[in-house]
Every structure is written in C-alpha cells, then in structure tokens.
Design a protein around this ligand. Sequence first.
Ligand code: KIV
Length: 289
Amino acid sequence: MPSQKVTVATLAALRARGERAVLITAYDYPTAAFADRAGVDALLVGDSAAMTMLGLPSTLGIGMPEMLVFARAVARAAARALVIGDLPFLSYQPADEEAVRNAGAFLQAGCDAVKCEGGARVARRVRAMTDAGIAVMGHLGLTPQSAAQLGGYRVQGKSLAAANRIVEDALALEQAGAFAILLEAVPAEAAAYVRERLRVPVYGIGAGPELDGQLVISHDVLGTFVGNINPRFVRRYAEIGAAIEGAIRCYAADVRAGGFPGPEQCYPLPPEGEAEIRRARRPAAPAPS
Ligand code: KIV
C-alpha cells in the first residue's frame, strides 16, 4: 500500500498491476480519518448522505450546500485517500456550465475528483468537466438518481443486450475522459464482461469480485444505517450502531441512578475554597437523591 497521496494515476497503476482498490463512503471528519488511517484508497462523499446522514427516503433531496459541508469535513481528514465528491441530483444534468461550476465547488472544498451518474446522455457533461481539468468518475448500472425511470432500485445488466448497453455507456464516459467507472447492482459476470471492454479502472458496489476494486457504504459495513434498506451486497463488519445505543443506555441509567458524574468526573476545590463554600451552601431545592 503506497503511503503517498492517492491520485487517479495511482488508481490506474493499481489496475495495471492487477491490484484491487478499496473505496468507502464517508461524510464526516471522524469516519474519514479512521478510514484514511485504515489505508483505504478512496473516500466517496456520496449523495447517499441524504439517507445515511439526513434520514431522507432517497438521494433526490440533497443539494450542493449540504454536500459541500460533508465534502469539506472528509477532505480535511484525508491525508492519503483520494476524495471524490458525488454530484447530487440536478447539479450537473441541466447544463455543461452548471456541471463545471458544481464540480469545481467540490474541488474548492478539498475534493480530488467528482462522480456523476449516467452514461452516453451525460457524456457531454463529463467532457465539459474533464476539459475544465476536473477528474470525473462515471456511475452506471443502478443509478439511484434515476431510480424512478429504471422502475425502482433494480439490478441492471441481466442479459447480454443489457450488459452491452452498459458497455456502450461506459465507453462513452471513457471517451469523454472519465478516469474510472463505478458499477452498482450488476450481476458479477455481467460486470466482469463490462470491465474487460474498458481501459479505465472499473469499481463495483454489488457488482461482484472480478473488478478493479470495491466500494461500500460506510454505514452499511459499520452497522450505523438507520432504516430498513438491506441490499444483498452488504456485509456487516461491525455493530457500531448497537454499541452507540448500548453506551447511551448505560449513560442514561447512570444519570438516573445518580452514578454519573462520579468524583473522578468532578473538579476538586482547593481546601480553603471547599470549607468556605460548604459553609455558605443553602440549597434552594432538595438535591436529587
Ligand atoms: O452516493 C453513494 O454513496 C453512491 C454509491 C451508492 C455508489 O453513489
């Protein structure tokens, strides 16, 4: 694992050497710092923040102002990992100039690259951003911003014809200068078929192991997602949510029983002050027992 800052060139070199890259989402300073120390190659400030951080029902309700707050926090923590800002719904679809300005805002917030959803139909936007010197990752397969158009959160690329449509979209993005493609919810064999036809790294979330790397949503692997969505591709590596709830229950029980704060959490008085204050104390209301 290289110790210098990861760049898009580092990711290309990993693919060339047949080494898998590790990507995870992060939206806040502590998670990004822990993931960076753990040696991940890239941190995605995903628009999944709408659901993981804001409790919204889909990614459609988050905009640039909220995304930039999350992006700044993550970029501040990332000493090594490449930081990718996820362009939210309507931040790039309407016009090339809007795409360039919003992608540029992510770079000004400290990100190294951006990601946007869609294939041939956004290739012009991707070209506009890459022409402006911005590194862009494409996102194909299940693209949550267009879930309604896809008929819901459905697995994509389930036939050769469907896999070939993903290949065409991926090639359009590659030709527009995208440095990598992310495939979401695509059967493993179809995803491998897409990867074989591209030169840039292809990463997956729910797209099987035969790719250049994997992305996971931090809340999924850490057990901090609050909600009922449970995609097949999630593997839980910790139960941090349950640990948080358990710790707060213990704290609440201690407060209610008068066990917190204890003497070790209280500031001592100097002896002369203690005597003075003791004499002067006259509680207006009885102290809780
Ligand atoms: O926003 C995000 O976290 C994403 C992943 C689900 C791919 O785009």
